[in-house]
Design a binder for this molecule. Structure first.
Ligand SMILES: [Zn+2]
Length: 344
């Protein structure tokens, strides 16, 4: 039976404090070598357990094996020099020390495939795996080899496609590409960003998703949001082309956001993962608040295409807060399912 309003998270969940520095975006590992490998697997199982206990329908690894959603992927590629770091501006918003592209980029070995197989063995529920999108990868490093963001994006798209095909073969049901850069570089999105994304998803038979958001609840993002005015219309730039794209699911931010909800109409026909949990506050939503957002969104998304989710990853939150938010999301979805006449 197909579940109505299947719940999921946008991706990351907090890591246990014995594994990594808690409530930090780029946390240092506290273990090393084989202990780190075992610790990451244990953390993945705990993250899965939190999701199952809350009643999440489409589960993930909670990104427990990665330090950061982009750099961990880059670490597995040749042509990227992590010893040669440059300070660069990320998404036009904050400076970060990033690695340098010094030669042709290639995937020398699978990145997350063993982790995905491990997750697959733990559960029979549908699983979703997040990868960075090509444009967001380009925006998270310094390039001194290709001399063109577009050229580098196409190389990353090819590499991501190799990884995605192996994830699919490992039993992943939904592959999600994270493209927060789509909310910033509008000309590039329509010139080559969406085309590169489709290249990354080429030939996949599992479902594909793109996650576009206003970022984690970190200070740089909170400050940036203050400059965006009373209505955030960024989605208006990418959504028309995404509606026509081959990507199956659009994951977007909604709860407590200033995104006008009617912009969701622009991707009518697609499945929509709607953020009903605000990741930029420790305040826990009530189930009724979640239900209220879902009811409003149902004006723009058909019920059988709507998937409640979180606005973004929850890595920087405490584990208690993240668990409580997962519970609230599932309870809110349950209320609306009952209203729609579906018992679950
Ligand atoms: Zn996000």
């Amino acid at each position: 039976m197909t579940i109505l309003l299947p719940t999921s998270t946008a991706g990351s969940l907090p890591k246990p404090s014995w594994l990594a520095e808690p409530e930090t975006l780029w946390p240092a590992w506290k273990l090393q070598g084989k202990e780190l490998d075992a610790g990451r697997q244990d953390a993945l199982r705990l993250a899965l357990d939190d999701q199952l206990q809350a009643g999440i329908d489409i589960v993930s690894d909670g990104e427990q094996t990665r330090q950061h959603f982009v750099t961990t992927f880059l670490e597995h590629l040749s042509g990227v020099d992590f010893a040669k770091r440059q300070t660069t501006r990320i998404r036009d918003r904050y400076d970060a020390s990033v690695p340098t592209v010094t030669g042709a980029v290639n995937r020398t070995k699978p990145v997350f495939v063993e982790d995905a197989k491990f997750l697959r063995r733990q559960t029979t529920q549908p699983i979703k795996w997040a990868l960075p999108g090509p444009m967001t990868m380009v925006d998270t490093l310094y390039d001194e080899y290709y001399g063109s963001r577009e050229k580098l994006a196409w190389e990353f798209a090819r590499i991501l496609n190799e990884e995605a095909r192996e994830l699919e073969a490992a039993g992943v049901d939904i592959i999600q590409f994270d493209e927060p850069a789509f909310n910033v570089f509008f000309d590039e999105v329509n010139d080559w960003g969406i085309a590169a994304l489709e290249r990354a998803a080429e030939g996949l038979t599992c479902e594909t998703a793109v996650h576009i958001c206003y970022g984690y609840g970190i200070d740089a993002n909170t400050e940036w949001k203050k400059t965006l005015g009373s209505e955030w219309r960024q989605y208006e730039e990418a959504f028309p082309a995404l509606q026509k794209s081959k990507i199956d699911i659009i994951s977007l931010e909604c709860q407590n956001s200033r995104v006008p909800m009617d912009l969701i109409e622009l991707v009518r026909g697609k499945k929509v993962m709607v953020g009903v949990i605000d990741v930029a506050t420790d305040r826990i939503e009530t189930p009724e608040e979640v239900a209220d957002t879902l009811r409003k969104v149902l004006r723009f998304v058909d019920a059988d295409r709507l998937q409640p989710s979180t606005n973004c990853g929850m890595a920087p939150l405490s584990r208690d807060t993240a668990r409580a938010k997962l519970n609230a999301m599932c309870a809110g979805a349950k209320i609306v399912r009952q209203e729609l006449g579906v018992n679950k």
